[in-house]
Design a protein around this ligand. Structure first.
Ligand code: SAM
Length: 240
């Protein structure tokens, strides 16, 4: 990472009330790993230092704006892709255990290699689809927190993620554009799945001033046994 990149990361982190100075080396290693991994695996379209810092690292850290994740012991990151938000969050929250899940095995293998090379002992990985985990007793109603960045529209995400939560657990969904219609559909899906729309926070990302929303859903009762429906159906036929 260049000296300008370090300053950008520190300034943007400060806007999120985070002192990232102790983590500069880890973020520099993560940047190198992403650029290297991208040569072979086509992990991300964002390849400039500025974009990687603001749109991957800072954007991922902003998933915890309300402190819903750093306050938990365990977080499952659903649809982690190239490790976002898991890897940035795991760097700054060493006491929180992350489980990074994605349907694409090559991405999960990259996340595993990268976490190991950064010495992140608080990151585990799993290559699977949410619809399968939601019917697996090792994961159904077992997790305290599920986070998801840029995975699916809220009603789809609700069906994929809420079955994984313990009663009282929280789904923290970070969204770019969030329409009133998507939010209303997400609220209806949450109710159908024994959950409630608990909190919505709209904010701007540091420096870029891009709009983001964090939507928090809370599980109130056991998910009806018919959910999640079989693989692919939640996105092909959203509940609402
Ligand atoms: N969260 C990452 C980020 O913000 O950069 C990746 C976002 S990418 C647009 C969506 C990811 O979700 C993909 O890697 C995809 O494989 C994964 N995904 C989509 N549906 C899934 C499902 N049903 N189960 C598991 N992973 C899924």
């Amino acid at each position: 990472m260049t000296p300008e990149g370090e300053l950008l990361l520190l300034d943007a982190g400060a806007e999120l009330q985070l002192d990232l100075k102790p983590y500069l080396l880890a973020f520099a290693q993560l940047q190198s790993a992403l650029i290297e991994g991208n040569r072979q695996l086509n992990l991300t379209a964002l390849t400039t230092e500025r974009d990687i810092i603001l749109k991957h690292f800072i954007d991922s850290l902003s998933c915890d704006v309300g402190g819903w994740l750093s306050g938990a012991g365990h977080v499952l990151d659903l649809g982690t892709g190239a490790g976002f938000p898991t890897l940035p969050l795991a760097i700054v929250n060493p006491a929180v255990q992350f489980l990074a899940v994605d349907a694409t095995r090559k991405k999960i293998e990259y996340v595993s290699r990268t976490a190991a090379s950064l010495g992140l002992s608080n990151v585990e990985v799993l290559a699977s689809r949410a619809e399968l985990l939601g019917r697996d007793s090792a994961h159904r109603e077992q997790h305290q927190r599920v986070v998801a960045r840029a995975v699916a529209a809220l009603p789809v995400l609700a069906e994929l993620a809420l079955p994984l939560l313990q009663i009282g657990g929280l789904l923290v969904a970070q969204k770019g554009q969030l329409s009133a219609e998507e939010l209303a559909a997400g609220q209806q899906a949450a109710a159908e799945l024994g959950s409630e729309l608990f909190h919505v926070k709209h904010f701007e990302l540091p420096i870029s001033r891009d709009q983001r929303s964090v939507v928090v859903m809370r599980k109130l009762s056991a998910t009806p046994s018919r959910y999640p429906r079989r693989e692919g159906i939640p996105s092909k036929q959203p509940l609402f």
